[in-house]
Write a protein that binds this ligand. Structure first.
Ligand code: ADP
Ligand code: MG
Length: 609
């Protein structure tokens, strides 16, 4: 039995397909060719011989894909008589009428990819449907057919693309580095490998094997992409509501990522980037993982075909739903239910003991002699039981305002502190694992531990940025990074180094970190710090502004967190560093660091004055 035949789309259909400049970068070619290969494997008509073992797709690139891309499959092949049509615009075997567009099941349907690629590169196709003795061959370079013929070939299709953008020097000049593009393509291939676990994928970069999946099941593909530990820990999801189903694998709460790059959602088996779906996933995880961390998921969302419009985006990567709320709700509930069902009781975390190097190195205000060494109270302070908390809370609210710069011009009499400097203080304890409570000469101080530490680090980093800011790691750290981030690391390598990060791409899934800015906890998870520094670098703003933001970002990531129990030594260390800083000191993001309850105010509130 023959494979599906190709036909030119009638004009009214061609006009309806959301066209666009499909090929902007080598990754776009890989995406189109891999989608064709998947279609060729899955849309194999009944009765066509299946290959022995799982079907296979091999992707090979050189020079970041600009030099060479080859995608080979063992799918249905192209009928030799149709090869010319396959390379013509708006010719497809996947769509015939406008009605078909309502229920497309294939990844491709516009009949645009092959001709678009052949117009801007040298493209060769060799294809052999199973029932044919030999393959058909065509070579087209920059829109011109060079050769056609028959030749021996394995079953399936091999498409090779060389010298991409060779006729478009301007486009060529704006391409990313080969390493960065290879990382992007690695991410793409991983997406399809996870999305189509029944297909064996191999990905070869510059002659080196970068990824191989075994064509078994989703957990098998997860082993290849995220490693055996992540694959083993992944939670299975299955839920159905009103004709919408969600099924796949998701990370447990203790396995998180620094970016949303590993959230993979497929709608009717099409990988999509949809903000609302992404939001539903993040909402599903809310409270289970820290803000700013992301899960990895591979979820198939199945919707009745007539209820989803796949024709809304030129690269077909977004979709629209008829019953969108039902889809988002089902997704969010599916995730939440699994998290609740598998959650273990929260562990009691031990207080942080002082890791002095990272706390102390960028000391803003070093005081070597403790000021109230003997008077330290280590027992946690109890909240007073007040019948009417009104006046006390009232004063606190006023005080919060008091430390803002706008108000410092006219400080209230009770709140004035000589020179706006924080006085020496006696530590009373920590409350809510978030605030350090101290007594100073004229009142009680509440110090936001995270903001304060951030401030101390920030000032230190601002002072010694540049080369001196780097601390060489004793042993370079190899960290796992999402492919999208790897590309950015490659691109911003120098800028990162200028800020103390010596980070370099290491294979297709890892980066190697040799130094971090002083003040950054070298034992912590470095990936989110690097990711947010890149975010800050990429955000369009004045350079000095951007630098400031990078420093603030580093400080924020390295500081003790709101909610970390602190050992007394660590509190003391922090307060010593803070004593003598400006009381207007704000955390670099603009929240106050210190709130003071003046002694005078306390007396007033108790009716003593
Ligand atoms: P579309 O995928 O939108 O149909 P393409 O330009 O990508 O358009 O491909 C044109 C046609 O060429 C497809 O409809 C299909 O019939 C055929 N084709 C492309 N690649 C393959 C492949 N790997 N195996 C079998 N047929 C293919
Ligand atoms: Mg296609």
């Amino acid at each position: 039995m023959a494979g599906p035949r190709i036909g030119a789309l009638p004009r009214e259909v061609a006009e309806k397909v959301a066209a666009g400049e499909v090929i902007q970068r080598p990754g776009d070619v890989v995406k189109e060719l891999v989608e064709n290969a998947i279609d060729a494997i899955l849309v194999r008509p009944d009765g066509m011989d299946a290959p022995v073992g799982p079907p296979a797709i091999t992707v090979e690139i050189r020079g970041g894909g600009l030099e060479f891309i080859r995608v080979a499959d063992d799918g249905c092949g192209i009928d030799p008589a149709d090869l010319g049509l396959a390379l013509a615009r708006h010719a497809t075997s996947k769509l015939r009428t406008v009605d078909d567009l309502e229920a497309v099941r294939t990844l491709g349907f516009r009949g645009e990819a092959l001709p678009s690629i052949a117009a801007i590169a040298a493209l060769t196709v060799i294809s052999r449907p199973p029932q044919e003795e030999a393959g058909a061959f065509a070579e087209v370079a920059y829109g011109e057919t060079l050769e056609r013929g028959r030749r021996g070939a394995p079953i399936g299709t091999q498409i090779t693309v060389r010298r991409l953008f060779g006729n478009l020097p301007a486009r060529l000049a704006f391409q990313r580095t080969p390493g960065s593009e290879a990382a992007h393509i690695a991410h793409l291939v991983a997406v399809y490998a996870l999305g189509y676990p029944e297909i064996r994928f191999s990905f070869v970069v510059d002659g080196r094997n970068a990824l191989t999946t075994d064509g078994t099941d989703r957990r098998g593909a997860l082993v290849a992409v995220h490693g055996p530990d992540a694959a083993q820990a992944a939670i299975e999801v299955g839920a159905e509501d009103g004709g919408v189903s969600v099924c796949g694998l998701m990370s447990p709460p203790d396995l998180t990522r620094g970016s949303r790059g590993d959230v993979l959602l497929l709608v009717n088996r099409r990988p999509v980037q949809n903000r609302a779906l992404m939001h539903a996933v993040i909402e599903g995880y809310r409270g289970f993982i820290p803000d700013g961390r992301f899960p990895f998921v591979v979820l198939d969302i199945t919707v009745p075909p007539g209820e989803v419009d796949v024709n809304v985006h030129p690269s077909k990567s977004d979709v629209r739903f008829r019953r969108d709320r039902l889809v988002y709700g089902t997704l969010q509930r599916a995730i939440r239910q699994m998290l609740v069902a598998t959650a273990s009781p929260p562990a009691v975390s031990a207080p942080l003991r002082s890791p002095p190097e990272w706390l102390t190195s960028p000391a803003a205000n070093r005081t070597d002699t403790p000021l109230f060494p003997s008077a330290r109270v280590e027992a946690p302070m109890r909240a007073p039981h007040l019948g009417d908390p009104g006046p006390l809370l009232g004063s606190l609210a006023r005080l919060t305002a008091e430390v803002r710069p706008a108000d410092t011009a006219t400080p209230s009499p009770g709140a004035s502190v000589a020179g706006n400097r924080l006085p020496p203080m006696r530590i009373l304890g920590q409350i809510q694992n978030a605030y350090i409570v101290c007594e100073g000469p004229d009142g009680v101080y509440f110090i936001d531990q995270h903001a304060a530490h951030e401030r101390v680090l920030y000032e230190g980093l601002m002072r010694d940025h540049g080369e001196t800011a780097a601390q060489l790691l004793l042993e370079p750290q190899v960290v796992e990074v999402a492919a999208s981030l790897l590309g950015s690391i490659d691109e911003h390598r120098q800028a990162l180094r200028d800020r103390g990060f010596d980070v370099e791409q290491f294979g297709t899934r890892h980066a190697i970190v040799r130094s971090v800015p002083r003040g950054v906890r070298p034992t912590g998870d470095l990936v989110p710090v690097i990711a947010s520094v890149i975010d800050a670098l990429e955000s369009p703003s004045a350079p000095t502004d951007a630098f400031d933001r990078v420093i603030a970002t580093i400080a924020c990531h390295s500081a003790v967190r709101f909610g970390d129990p602190l050992a007394p030594e660590l509190m003391r260390e922090l307060i010593e560093r803070l004593e003598g800083t400006d009381i207007r000191a704000f955390c670099p993001h603009g929240r106050p660091t210190v709130v003071r309850l003046p002694a005078l105010q306390l007396d007033r509130d108790f009716g003593r004055r």
